[in-house]
Write a protein that binds this ligand. Structure first.
Ligand SMILES: Cc1ncc(COP(=O)(O)O)c(C=O)c1O
Length: 412
């Protein structure tokens, strides 16, 4: 007898994470058939030869015998003290009790939205966004309301536009700074305007700062929590990017703001953290040495560093392209170029990404995967060697020329 397939939760119908979606599955198939794929789709430093700083590895090795029991649901107190001290250096009166350590920022994004949202509550999310924010909002019963950060405005949001989207159901404002996928780094005045909106409309600020030290060309990052002061604010950071340790799965959040307003949220976070017992203890030993040791990412993003050269290679290649434009990223690990609509009016980012994979063996992420309506962007990571990126952009240009030829044939 034919049994029907098992039904899955209907709310998953609304949830996407294309960075590891169908294109990535097709790349796996091609690799299984012996093809070499250039993976530009993911910000995973370990895949591109970057190594975790030795002092972080040493700390884990040394503390392995002390990693065998569950720890406190919020994380090892030594690690939380180091995170709180970092926030105090930025001018926020934080203690270890306000810090939660998770299996990556990913787990904590989900956990904090679960703590905050009732069915139908709205969350203001940038577009383009790191798509976990939209997905986790939906998974927790919320409604993502996207505020635009277009290339025409250097991918910065407009405070008045955001405020016009606030409704009685709006609970939180997500700020990803430095931004993934655009590389925008938000000026202090803009952040102050966003804090003001949160204060007046009683929103919780959710500041995803996982790239806070990945900065280029003299850009400086302004942490959100000190500007937020008494406004409830959750700041997220971690080891994945700044400390090149994606595989360790270490992230943290710090809840700040007037204690009279944040007490219940703190207790909700504590309950949800308790339900998953604690995060991976072994990797938490790397937190204190990471925060107190040398800033290795700064060497890579400064002139002469590999990430600096990779960014220049992409900007130069786009400058030479007959089709592409880009707002040079000021931070994070990505560029978000667009195709000139004058040159290719019918360009479709998803179609292009698939054709590029099949023809040139390059995997990138279509821009529409980041919750924007425009179909003329794509995201690439800055992590490969600059020469590899130069070659990749030559192949990309070849594919764009094929698109132009096909478009010309359609017209003829
Ligand atoms: C903006 C942003 N936030 C959060 C994450 C999640 O990072 P992790 O779970 O590795 O800490 C990422 C990963 O790429 C990201 O780009």
């Amino acid at each position: 007898m034919h049994e029907p397939p098992i039904a899955v939760a209907s709310r998953l119908g609304q949830v996407r994470y294309d960075i590891r979606g169908p294109l990535s599955r097709r790349a796996h198939e091609l690799e299984r058939d012996g093809q070499a794929i250039l993976r530009l789709h993911i910000g995973n430093p370990g895949l591109f030869g970057f190594r975790v700083p030795q002092h972080l590895r040493d700390a884990i090795a040394e503390h392995l015998p002390r990693s065998e029991a569950y720890c406190h649901q919020q994380g090892l107190v030594e690690a939380r003290e180091a995170i709180a001290a970092l926030h105090r250096r930025n001018g926020v009166a934080a203690s270890a009790e306000q810090v939660f350590i998770g299996n990556g920022v990913s787990e904590l994004i989900d956990l904090s939205l679960r703590a905050l949202l009732d069915e139908g509550d709205e969350v203001l999310v940038p577009a383009p966004d790191y798509p976990l924010w939209t997905a986790a909002t939906r998974l927790n019963g919320g409604v993502p309301v996207h505020y635009p950060c277009p290339a025409t405005r250097e991918h910065l949001p407009d405070a008045a536009e955001i405020e016009a989207l606030v409704t009685p159901r709006t609970r939180a404002l997500v700020i990803i700074n430095p931004n993934n996928p655009t590389g925008a780094v938000y000026p202090r005045e803009l952040l102050l305007a966003l804090v003001d909106i949160a204060r007046r409309h009683r929103l919780v600020l959710l500041g995803d700062e996982i790239y806070d030290s990945v900065l280029y060309d003299g850009a400086s990052h302004t942490p959100l929590a000190p500007l937020a002061a008494d406004v409830p604010c959750i700041s997220y950071g971690g080891l994945s990017k700044v400390h090149l340790a994606c595989g360790y799965r270490v992230g943290w959040l710090v809840l700040s703001g007037a204690p009279a307003r944040t007490g219940e949220l703190l207790r909700a976070l504590d309950l949800l953290a308790s339900l998953r017992l604690c995060s991976n203890v072994t990797a938490q030993w790397a937190i204190r040495p990471a925060l107190e040791g040398p800033n290795e990412i700064g060497r890579l993003t400064a002139p002469g560093g590999r990430l600096h050269a990779a960014r220049a290679a992409i900007c130069d290649a786009v400058g030479r392209s007959a089709f592409l434009r880009v707002v040079a990223p000021h931070g994070a690990l990505y560029a978000f170029p667009s195709v000139d609509p004058q040159r290719l009016p019918d360009f479709d980012d998803a179609r292009f990404a698939l054709d590029l994979l099949e023809a040139e063996r390059i995997l990138l992420v279509p821009g529409s995967s980041f919750n924007i309506a425009a179909r003329n962007h794509f995201r690439v990571t800055l992590l490969p060697e600059p020469a590899v990126l130069e070659d990749a952009f030559a192949r990309l240009e070849r594919q764009l020329e094929r698109c132009a030829e096909q478009a010309a044939r359609r017209v003829a």
